[in-house]
Write a new protein. Structure first.
Length: 507
């Protein structure tokens, strides 16, 4: 009997000891992530054990004594306390701490998971010892166990409409394409001074990524008389393009070039949205990501191309580290699956306004690059040989495909959010033919950022001064270095990444 009870006693003891520690861990991780007072989290831990349980016990004991005295006056036998002092303290401690943890996670369900997954190892700082690595692994595994909270709090309006769920969904094999090699000194177009694509490729190989930001010729020359329905356009394209990669690109190009993002819908209840079905989107030429992705899937069916609708979360550079609901596509071409986001290739939204800007960075993007800001609900749509967890997704830096297309390498920090003092430091390696600039801006601010100091040519150190405590975004911009700097000319570069810094303002 004792052998049976021993494991239960050990488990109970661990539960009692770890519950207050779990409460402090959740509170302190939220404080670090949200740039709140860490001392308040530690104070709450001290109150929850032993101060409040002890005060509760003292109050309860006082009431019990008064009852005993009353019983004695009435000539009644004294009442018995069935639990010992330590049993009562244990149960009170558990009750208070479980209520505290439950309250925190109920108040910050999505942020709680993100905070634990990104800053749950804050007490280890930058330590990389074997002990620190083991502790970090345990902490993040524990955070991963709370992913259900994120799922519970998440409402993704882009999930397929109910009547469409009967369509069978494929289960793709991984597409372990290596990160693309950026050819620094490749042949350049003499008119635009931009790199030229490799036009020759072996059968079954995708085009070089990223492709030129040029619409497919069939889309450019398509007469208006053809644009009567998704089926008519798809068949027109299929009759004129036999290369499956170029055919899918043409479908993507037609949708990305013709469809505007319906920004006003973002402030509406999704239940009141106009239809996002293919025919409706084709007619209105407006959609949210669901409409873009459903239309591409539908047109692929008419060309005989297998294109799937994928739902998950995405991280925009002006959004939260944990991301928000999104929808995109995957296309099966010559036996392999490739990822596509026609919405993000159509343009950008800034200040409540959609600005058209066709691109190809999210067309046939290698899975590990696409996965820097897209995380599908179903693991197989990552198309990775070794899928990552949601915790891995929110921990990784917020880098865009252009970061990789420019041949940039992030040296440090390797996390989406880190703590700092009065200076935020980012280290990178970049090709000699590329240019990098950076700015720092308070999180959530609409003002223009303050320019950061850049040192180095290929091994670059970005230093950003921060004048007061708060949460800041260090934004990275990059592109081709001008062959010849023209005095007085302003050069514009694409935003390629962002690191979030929580600053205490100290040197």
């Amino acid at each position: 009997m004792k052998l049976i009870l021993l494991p239960l006693r050990i488990a109970w003891t661990l539960f009692v000891v770890l519950t207050p520690l779990l409460g402090v861990w959740v509170a302190s991780s939220l404080a670090v992530y949200l740039n709140g007072p860490l001392w308040a989290a530690c104070l709450a831990g001290a109150l929850l054990f032993p101060v409040l349980p002890l005060l509760w016990e003292l109050r309860s004991s006082s009431k019990f004594r008064r009852k005993q005295e009353a019983r004695e006056k009435d000539g009644k036998d004294p009442a018995k306390r069935w639990l010992t002092f330590w049993d009562r303290m244990t149960l009170r401690t558990l009750a208070l701490n479980l209520a505290f943890i439950g309250g925190l996670l109920a108040t910050f369900p999505a942020q709680g998971f993100t905070a634990l997954s990104t800053r749950g190892d804050w007490m280890l700082a930058d330590k990389q010892t074997d002990e620190a690595k083991s502790a970090r692994k345990i902490l993040f595994a524990t955070a991963g166990g709370l992913e259900w909270l994120h799922e519970l709090s998440r409402d993704n309006p882009y999930e397929r409409e109910q009547e469409d769920t009967t369509r069978p969904e494929p289960t793709p094999e991984p597409n372990p394409l290596p990160p693309p090699e950026v050819v620094v000194d490749n042949t350049r177009d003499p008119d635009t001074d931009k790199p030229q694509d490799k036009t020759e490729r072996k059968a079954g190989e995708p085009p070089q990524w990223p492709m030129r930001d040029e619409l497919h010729p069939v889309v450019v020359s398509m007469p208006e008389s053809v644009k009567t329905s998704p089926e008519a356009v798809a068949k027109y394209i299929a009759e004129r393009e036999t290369d499956p990669f170029q055919r899918v690109k043409a479908l993507h190009d037609f949708i990305a070039d013709r469809t505007a993002y319906d920004v006003p819908l973002l402030s509406m209840d999704p239940r009141n949205w106009p239809s996002q079905k293919p025919d409706a989107v084709f007619k209105s030429k407006k959609a949210v990501c669901m409409g873009y992705a459903l239309l591409l899937e539908e047109m692929g069916r008419h060309t005989g191309d297998e294109i799937a609708y994928v739902v998950g979360d995405s991280r925009g550079l002006d959004g939260e580290i944990g991301g928000g609901g999104h929808a995109w596509n995957a296309a099966k071409i010559e036996g392999r699956w490739y990822l596509i986001d026609a919405t993000w290739n159509a343009g950008s939204v800034d200040g409540g306004k959609f600005t058209k800007g066709y691109g190809t960075r999210y067309l046939f993007t290698p899975p590990q690059i696409f996965g820097a800001d897209h995380f599908p609900d179903k693991e197989h749509w990552q198309l990775r040989k070794e899928p990552i967890s949601r915790g891995d997704f929110v921990r990784q830096p917020m880098l865009k495909p252009n970061f990789y297309a420019n041949g940039f390498t992030l040296v440090s920090p390797k996390r989406s959010q880190v703590s700092t003092g009065e200076t935020a430091i980012v280290e990178l390696e970049i090709p000699a033919s590329k240019k990098l600039i950076a700015s720092v801006i308070p999180k959530g601010s609409s003002q223009q950022g303050t320019k950061c100091e850049i040192k180095g040519d290929t091994k670059v150190v970005v230093s950003c001064k921060i004048d007061k405590p708060g949460t800041y975004h260090v934004r990275l911009f990059g592109g081709d270095r001008p062959k010849q700097q023209v005095p007085g000319k302003t050069y514009y570069y694409d935003m390629v990444g962002q690191i979030e810094f929580v600053s205490d303002g100290k040197s």
